[in-house]
Design a protein around this ligand. Structure first.
Ligand code: SF4
Length: 293
C-alpha cells in the first residue's frame, strides 16, 4: 500500500549552507519517493528497511509545491530511484507536467537503467546520477553481493556520457578480502570508468548488516595487533595504510590535468568557476593535511 507524508517545509532548507556539488551552489531540496532497496548488498542498511512506495499523487503535490516556491533543483534521495520502473515513469510524467522545468539528481544501480529510461530521465531534467560501484575487483563485488559486473558499470557510465548525464561513482576501500592490489584495481577502474566525480570511502559497520554480523570490527589491522594465524583479520591492510591509500586514490582521480580542465571548462559563469575552485582547494587540504571532510 503506497504511503503518504505531509509536504516538508522546503522553503526552510532550500538555501545555503546546504550545497550539493551537481547543483553548483543553486538552492535545492530533497524529495523521497520510496524507502528501502531490493538490492542485497551486505554492507548496506537500506536493504534492511521495509520496501515502500509513496503515493504518486503525494509526490506530485510535493513537486508542484517545490515548483511554486521557485526552487528549480531537486535531489531524489531514494536509496535506489529506479527500483520500480513503473513508479519512476509516473514520477517522470509528473516532472514533465510542472509549469517550470527543474534539474534533478538521483542515485541508482548500474543494472537498473537502460538507454530508453535514461533518455526519459534526461528529457525531464536529470543532470546527474550517483551509482554505487564499490570495487574494481569482481571477487569483492561478489562477496558484497552487489550483483553487478564491472562491464555493466562501464556500459551504464558510457550511456550516461553519451546522453549528457553526469555521473558520480561511490567506491569502498578496505573491505574484507581487500589487499593493496585490489585497492589499486579499484583506483584503476575508477579512472577507466571516468565518472564526473568519485568518492572513496571505508566500510561502515552498520548494525544489522551482514558485513557487521560476519566481519564486525575485525576488518582492519591496527598497529601492534596480534597477527598470529589464530587471530588473522579479514584483511591484511593496516588502518594507517588504508588512509594513505584513500588519499592516493583521491589524488590520482582528481589531480589529472585533463580532469581539472574538463571541470573548469564546464563552468558557465564566474560562480560555477568559483565553486569548482573551492571544491578543489577543499580536496587539496584534506589530502595534504590528513583532515577528513
Ligand atoms: S548499496 Fe545500493 S543497491 Fe545495494 S542495497 Fe544499498 S541502496 Fe540497494
Amino acid at each position: 500500500m503506497p504511503y503518504r507524508v505531509p509536504c516538508p517545509r522546503h522553503e526552510l532548507f532550500a538555501r545555503p549552507p546546504y550545497p550539493f556539488p551537481f547543483f553548483q551552489g543553486r538552492p535545492f531540496v530533497s524529495v523521497l519517493t520510496s524507502t528501502g532497496c531490493s538490492g542485497k548488498c551486505i554492507f548496506c542498511s537500506h536493504r534492511l528497511a521495509p520496501l515502500g512506495r509513496r503515493d504518486t499523487d503525494d509526490v506530485r503535490r510535493e513537486l508542484f509545491r517545490i515548483n511554486e516556491l521557485g526552487i528549480r533543483c531537486v535531489y531524489f534521495q531514494d536509496a535506489c530511484f529506479t527500483m520500480d520502473r513503473g513508479a519512476v515513469l509516473a514520477t517522470l510524467d509528473q516532472i514533465q507536467e510542472l509549469p517550470d522545468p527543474i534539474r534533478w539528481v538521483c542515485s541508482c544501480r548500474v543494472d537498473q537503467v537502460d538507454r530508453e529510461l535514461l533518455e526519459k530521465m534526461k528529457a525531464t531534467g536529470c543532470i546527474a546520477i550517483q551509482f554505487g560501484v564499490e570495487s574494481g575487483n569482481e571477487a569483492i563485488l561478489k562477496l558484497l553481493n552487489k550483483n553487478i559486473t564491472l562491464q555493466q558499470a562501464l556500459g551504464t557510465f558510457q550511456l550516461c556520457r553519451e546522453l549528457g548525464i553526469r555521473t558520480h561513482a561511490f567506491f569502498i576501500m578496505g573491505l574484507p578480502m581487500e589487499t593493496t592490489e585490489t585497492m589499486q584495481q579499484t583506483v584503476e577502474f575508477a579512472l577507466k570508468l571516468n565518472p564526473d566525480s568519485a568518492s572513496f570511502g571505508v566500510p561502515m559497520f552498520l548494525a544489522g548488516t551482514t558485513l557487521t554480523n560476519k566481519y564486525g570490527g575485525e576488518a582492519f589491522l591496527r598497529e601492534g595487533d596480534d597477527v598470529s594465524p589464530a587471530r588473522q583479520p579479514r584483511t591484511g591492510i593496516l588502518e594507517s595504510d588504508l588512509m594513505q591509500a584513500l588519499r592516493a586514490a583521491y589524488r590520482r582521480f582528481y589531480f589529472r590535468p585533463a580532469y581539472a580542465l574538463r571541470q573548469l571548462g564546464r563552468a558557465r559563469n564566474p560562480r560555477d568557476f568559483w565553486v569548482a575552485i573551492r571544491q578543489g582547494v577543499g580536496l587539496l587540504r584534506w589530502i595534504g593535511g590528513g583532515r577528513r571532510s
